[in-house]
Each structure stands twice: as structure tokens, then as C-alpha cells.
Design a protein around this ligand. Structure first.
Ligand code: NAP
Length: 485
């Protein structure tokens, strides 16, 4: 089946303006073209605002904050729930927008809408469960309280690889906590975010509570990070930009959440179930075309299962088809831009030049397509073992003992996700504790959910998103000491 490439059921969801203080505005910069990564044709020109409009968005969020924070949590929850329902009602259009601007396969776009909307539903509920504490006082006549209060205005800067989910993951806990927000989506995928904003307005989000700006990231980022009014920055993107933004935030001592780059290892041990290991590798590596921060970047296979695993994995990889994300016959859409394709090519050529063997896939067939590719015998010094490939290239590296496998997995400054496959409870318990990563998937490559705390350690960032931990990132626990009782 060929999906309708251009047509949305509701044209009003193709939005190119920004939302500031409840009004749709245009910036004075040259609009920014958004292209379809498969056809490379322009699908929209989105307005580009600068410092003045960004400051106006911050001012609007500041003005809206007291009333929003004071509103009963039940009412904030009802608005988030309505937003959640509207996303369900417009699921087809949102999925189409994601595939059009990001390129990912439409099946994965639908999957992203479901995943993204989990955050809306979860935090609609969580809004009413933000509880304070009464602490037993060490002396008589006193009552000690720890009361949650929203931090104030939050800023959110999001990447292109999950244009809806990365935004709901920040917006929902922020609004549930009572914060107001200014969001800036990635330049390559603003349309999904703007459609989300439109649905928020329809859901009854008051003016100034949710604002969205698009334009030059440096200028917008400077306003958001230097403003003393903005009390929180939640960023998802590259480690390089995250480090820079954290430095910019230091001057106003903001609370920060940084969801940054990864270099996830997948360890397959001798006692792993072969089918589970292959399935884990397929999902951990090829979901979202490999353009995921938690994608398995390095696949380490113990010598006893190495050859069996490789032949079964190669057969599966050969079945994957790259092509138009709107064509049901394909599995993987194009990559986001030409640089992304070049990086995959570079990593594949480097692995082969260092003695790796090509077992599936190969060079890009052109455009922004990158073939699902498998290289075995990759040496430890290959680029793909050290840098995020962010594409559908799997490199397999053999190891011998369990301790060697752990050492290889931890040999990286990053620590977002790690995966392991084993059927031995002792190995699972030992290895999952030794892995230096914020998250561990055991016998599964699919770990993301709104119900669990997502986040990294080391250079992969600070803070958690999702679960009850995610809302804490937008709250201050105010200590109140009441004496003379
Ligand atoms: P990126 O280049 O760091 O961009 C991310 C966001 O930051 C975009 O909105 C971008 O805006 C903005 N930005 C860039 N330079 C900026 C500046 N000087 N000031 C303020 N904002 C700035 O990353 P990306 O290429 O979009 O995303 C891929 C990276 O994100 C990968 O490393 C991936 O691992 C990571 N990621 C991490 C997670 C996680 O949860 N840990 C999830 C998804 C992705 P423009 O697009 O307008 O330049």
C-alpha cells in the first residue's frame, strides 16, 4: 500500500507560525525550509523568530505562571488529558507529519505517536499525585514539612529524531508540575511540534502556558539560557551542544536536565537464547533506522555463540528494506540529512578497511537511503566502536570472558543505555550492575516507556524523564520549619 504522501485529513495541522502568549506569530527572519528526507522536496517554510520574540515568549510564560501554578492539579490534569485525547483523534495526521519531515517509516511514526502520548496520559494522572512530606521533628514543638512547588518557567530544546516524543516527554511533566514552558524544536522537524502546539491550544491550554519558537538555535538558546526568569532547561540532543548549554545555564544557576548522546553496547553471552539475542539486536540496532540515542552502537558477542549468532543475525538483516517511509513494503525510511548518510558510509568503510567483513547491506544506494548493514570482525579501534553511528549499520565484535565483555562495554565516555542477552540469572545480575549506564535492557532491545526513568550517566547527561522521577525535575521541595507548636 502506498500512503498518501502529501495529504493531511486536517490541513489546519500544517502550521508554520509560532505560538507566543496564545497567539500565532511570524518572525522577521527568512523562513526556514523543511524538507521531506525521501524526496528532498520542500514541504513547508516555517517562520523564524529571533531574540525579541523569544523574550516575549519567556515574558508570556512568566506572566502565565502564577495562575497556572495556583490552579488545582485536577484542572491541569484535565487539560493534559484533553490534549492526550486530541492526539489520539489526530493520530493519522501526526504520524504523517512525522514521516514527512523526519523520514522514518510510517509504522514507526505511529509507534512514536503512541509512545509520545504515553507521557501525556501518564503525567495527566501524575499531576494529582505530587505529594508533600511531613518529617518527624528531632525536637518537640516543631513541624517539619517538605512541600513540592513548581520551579517556574521551563525551557525545552528538542532534537529531530523523535519530534513528538522528545517534546511530550518535557511538556507533560512540566505542565503537570505547574511550570509554564517555552519550547524550541529542531529546525529539521518543527512541523510535528507546531501541530502538537495547535492541539494544545484546542485542548484549552491557557495563553502563555505553552509557547513554541522556531529559528536560529544559537540566538534562541542564548535568551533561554541567560534569562533569570527561566528556572529550568530540559535539553535533548548532542553531548557537544548539551555541554555548551549547561555552561550557558550556569550563570543563572538553572536546574538542568540533559538527555545527550549515547554509544550503547549490546553484550551477547554464550548462554543467551539465540532467537532472543537476534531479536534484541534487530530492535536495539535498527529501530528508527538506527537514529536513536539508545541504539546499540556496538554489538559484543562471546566466542561460544559468536558464529551461530552472526549467521542468524545476517539472515534477518538481509530481510530489512530501506526506502520511502510511506511505502508499506519498506522497513526503514531515509536518514535525516546528507551528513547522516555520510557518517554511516564513513563508519562502514572504516570498519571494512580495518579488516571487518561485510555480511549484509553495503554502500548507500543514493539519496538519503542507507542500507541495513552488518559488518563482522570489527576491531575495537574502529570508529563505530567509539562514535555514535546514528544509522542502520551494525558492527559485531567478538569477546571471550564475561569480565572482558564488561570492560569493552564500559570503555566509553558515554553511559545512556546498555543491553545484555543471557539466560543465567547470576550473569544477568552481575553484568547489569557492572555496566556504567543509566539504563539496562536484559533480553530486550525495547526499553523506552513513560512509566520508567529514562536518562544517562557520564557524558550522556543528567536527570531523568518519565515516571514519577520525571516530574521531580520540575519541582522544588521547599522545607518549611514551623516552630512554637
Ligand atoms: P543537536 O544538534 O544537539 O540539536 C538538538 C537541539 O539543540 C535542536 O533543537 C537544535 O536546534 C538545538 N541546538 C543546536 N545548537 C544549539 C545552540 N547553540 N543553542 C541552543 N540550541 C541549539 O542534536 P541532534 O542532531 O538534533 O540530535 C541527535 C543527538 O541527540 C544524538 O547525539 C542523540 O544521541 C541525542 N539524543 C539523545 C536523547 C536522549 O534521551 N539522551 C534522545 C534523542 C536524541 P536546531 O536544530 O535548530 O539547530
Amino acid at each position: 500500500m502506498i500512503y498518501m504522501r502529501g495529504k493531511l485529513d486536517e490541513d489546519s495541522l500544517l502550521v508554520t507560525e509560532n505560538l507566543v502568549n496564545g497567539k500565532w506569530i511570524e518572525g522577521s527572519n527568512t523562513p526556514v525550509a523543511v524538507d521531506d528526507p525521501f524526496t528532498q522536496g520542500v514541504i513547508a517554510e516555517v517562520t523564524s523568530v529571533g531574540e525579541i520574540e523569544t523574550q516575549a515568549a519567556v515574558d508570556a510564560a512568566q506572566a502565565a505562571f502564577p495562575a497556572w501554578a495556583a490552579r488545582p492539579a485536577k484542572e491541569r490534569a484535565a487539560i493534559l488529558r484533553r490534549w492526550f485525547e486530541l492526539i489520539i483523534e489526530h493520530k493519522d495526521d501526526i504520524a504523517r507529519l512525522i514521516t514527512r519531515e523526519n523520514g522514518k517509516h510510517i509504522r514507526e511514526a505511529y509507534g512514536e505517536v503512541d509512545y509520545a502520548n504515553q507521557f501525556m496520559e501518564f503525567y495527566a494522572d501524575e499531576a494529582t499525585r505530587v505529594l508533600g512530606e511531613t518529617i518527624p521533628a528531632p525536637v518537640s514543638g516543631r513541624r517539619l514539612l517538605a512541600e513540592p512547588e513548581p520551579l517556574g518557567v521551563a525551557a525545552a530544546i528538542t532534537p529531530w529524531n523523535f519530534p513528538l516524543a522528545m517534546l511530550t516527554r518535557k511538556t507533560a511533566p512540566s505542565l503537570a508540575a505547574g511550570c509554564t514552558i517555552v519550547a524550541k524544536p529542531a529546525a529539521m522537524t518543527p512541523l510535528t511540534a507546531l501541530a502538537f502546539a495547535k492541539l494544545g491550544q484546542e485542548a484549552g491550554v491557557p495563553a502563555g502556558v505553552f509557547n513554541i519558537v522556531t529559528g536560529p538555535s544559537g540566538a534562541i538558546g542564548k535568551v533561554l539560557t541567560s534569562s533569570p526568569v527561566v528556572r529550568k532547561l530540559s535539553f535533548t540532543g548532542s553531548t557537544e551542544v548539551g555541554v555548551m548549554l549547561a555552561q550557558q545555564c550556569a550563570g543563572t544557576m538553572k536546574r538542568i536536565s540533559m538527555e545527550l548522546g549515547g554509544n550503547a553496547p549490546l553484550l551477547i553471552f554464550n548462554d543467551a537464547d539465540l532467537d532472543i539475542a537476534v531479536e534484541t539486536a534487530m530492535v536495539a540496532k535498527f529501530r528508527n533506522g538506527g537514529q536513536s540515542c539508545i541504539a546499540a552502537n556496538r554489538i559484543y558477542v562471546q566466542s561460544g555463540i559468536h558464529d551461530h549468532f552472526l549467521s542468524a543475525f545476517a539472515e534477518k538483516v538481509k530481510t530489512l528494506k530501506a526506502g520511502d517511509g510511506f511505502n508499506d513494503a519498506n522497513d526503514i525510511g531515509p536518514l535525516i540529512d546528507d551528513d547522516a548518510v555520510c557518517k554511516v558510509e564513513e563508519h562502514r568503510e572504516d570498519a571494512l578497511a580495518r579488516g571487518g567483513e561485510l555480511l549484509a547491506g553495503g554502500a548507500s544506494p543514493g539519496g538519503r537511503l542507507s542500507l541495513p548493514t552488518l559488518v563482522s570482525g570489527v576491531p575495537e579501534d574502529a570508529k563505530l566502536a567509539h562514535e555514535e553511528t546514528f544509522g542502520p549499520l551494525a558492527g559485531v565484535i567478538a569477546f571471550d570472558t564475561i569480565e572482558n565483555g564488561i570492560a569493552l562495554a564500559n570503555k566509553t565516555p558515554f553511559g545512556l543505555a546498555a543491553y545484555l542477552c543471557s539466560s543465567d540469572p547470576g550473569t544477568i545480575a552481575h553484568v547489569s550492575r557492572q555496566l556504567e549506564s543509566g539504563m539496562v535492557g536484559i533480553n530486550t532491545g525495547l526499553i523506552s516507556t513513560a512509566y520508567a526513568p529514562f536518562g544517562g550517566v557520564k557524558m550522556s547527561g543528567v536527570g531523568k524523564e518519565g515516571s514519577h522521577h520525571g516530574i521531580e525535575e520540575y519541582l522544588n521541595r521547599k522545607y518549611i520549619c514551623h516552630a512554637g507548636l
